[in-house]
Design a protein around this ligand. Sequence first.
Ligand code: MN
Ligand code: MN
Length: 324
Amino acid sequence: MSDDFFQPVSGMDLPRFAGIPTFMRLPHIGLSDVRIRDVDIGLIGIPWDSGTTNRPGPRHGPRQLRDLSTMIRAENAATGVRPYEAANCADLGDVGPNPADIPDSMDRITSFYDQVTEADIRPLTAGGDHLLSLPVLRSLARRRPLGMVHFDSHTDLFHSYFGGTKYTHGTPFRRAVEEGLLDPKRVVQIGIRGTAYDMEDRDFAKSVGIRVIPIEEYFSRGPEDVMAEAREIAGDEPTYVSYDIDFVDPSFAPGTGTPEVGGPNSFEALLVARLLDGLDIVGADLVEVSPPFDPSGGTAFLGVSIMFELLCVMAKSREAAIRD
Ligand code: MN
Ligand code: MN
């Protein structure tokens, strides 16, 4: 059960357009705050897009996501989950990156997450571009490799870009497998589509046993069947969830750097996250929302709506872990 202190400000008490916009209107608890030890799930911003190879902007994501998250209420009407009653949730602030230095930024992110995991907090991250998943996993998977359910139009499994650059938002999970942070047999990638440079990423996936579910298969089988397989692949062991907003069709999520047409609608975007229920989710991220391409805020609103679904399944799994 959660603590009264860790409740979001209700729109019934203070209008949603008023107040300082923390994630979901939760209390802001810095890492040095004494109350940090009471937090179960920490929402964290990583305003960093130095891994972006094409249209930039996700460095502005956390601020816009916080703003739009004031629209999110306390109860999941579809599942009945009230995440803030199931777990103590708080906004832990942003990791300050070094926008001019990728390795330094990654070290800063990993050391921030080391403090989060040491406090036994499960992180829900708002990006940022997809490279950030690598330094997060370096902390979360320090003791054992994790499984992963990954929603994206892209595998992000390429070896390198521009003749040898190994750290971009197209490579994080190749590095994570090489570094032993992910157990490839417990990794599933859903929604893959779009034109390709070549099949080097897919060949790598096949060679290590990562299950890739292309969009054609997703639509022919349907989200329920695909997610049943995803849950089976990830199994009962600790699992990470990485959600790239470009999984969703660009008619619903145009505010992103590398859109691919022919994707799921916004209803399915929420449904697949809901169908993660039952997994032991030790951390999750929502990445690649790019406010400069999202003047209406609609993509960010979908992004925080997905974050709420992730928070609901994380709160349930956190509650189950404490009970066991
Ligand atoms: Mn991605
Ligand atoms: Mn992508």
